[in-house]
Design a protein around this ligand. Sequence first.
Ligand code: CUA
Length: 311
Amino acid sequence: MKDATIQMPPQASTVAPHIDALYYFIFWGCTFFFLLIVGFSLYFVIRYRRTKEQRQEKGFHNTPLEITWTVIPTILVMIVFVWGFRGYMDLAVAPGNAIDYYVTGKKWLWQITDPNGAVSINEMTVPLNQPVKIILRSEDLIHSFYVPAFRVKQDAIPNRYNTLWFQATMPGDFDIFCTEYCGAGHSGMLGKVHVLTPEKWAEYLKSTGGRPSTMPLDQWGAKLYASKACITCHSLDGSVKTGPSFKGVFGHQVTLKDGSTVTADENYIRHSIEEPGAQVVQGFEPVMPVFKGTLSDDDIDALIAFIKKQQ
Ligand code: CUA
């Protein structure tokens, strides 16, 4: 466990110290040999400049010297290879007792399914000091799931699963980035891993069912509006972002891409959440992720109630 340095984010997982050690071995090794070779080259260029007569002589050969500068670098790259390969195997094979999370990348968010089946957007909550395995896929094109503080990175690819694992060693909040350019929203495809003590994590799992039975629908909808990242593209004040504003939309006519009009009622909103590409409002691109299967019926009711209130 080490804090951030000028080169590195904090070491917040079990693999991070090993990866950093190899990185620094390569970094300082390269620095040392760069200075050694350039230093000697400059010195020799000046000190042993050939005279006119020497230019006529035959070339110079020294077998022991050539063997030395072949054998030493070979040993060094073999050390880096073995060290790196062991690190790679360690990263590739998750411990048998790891807790499974399903993570899906889509334009432009991370959908995270907890072990209890609850779905979060861009927020992943994991226990401290326990191995966590991520089963990763994409719904559209290639994304890449990256948590710098854990030193783990893996591509999310359509139509196949990739996996990665980590064991967090530091409580706190750590950044998730997408590191594969995936279009206009790539730089905003951000998330957080929240590392909690096992007790707090167990409490968190209990709290993430659905809407508490005493909470009104529209209040739950307001929570979902933020937690499911609708807020990123849909304003409440009429301003136009990536998607249409929610202000004053309910019960009114909207014009669709093909020029037809439709009333924004309960059915239209439900359809637009589940299959956003089907009835796109004129002036907007069909870029919203599909939420079919992500939201429960009650969640959709709550969002409809919330949108109704934005008059
Ligand atoms: Cu997803 Cu870049």
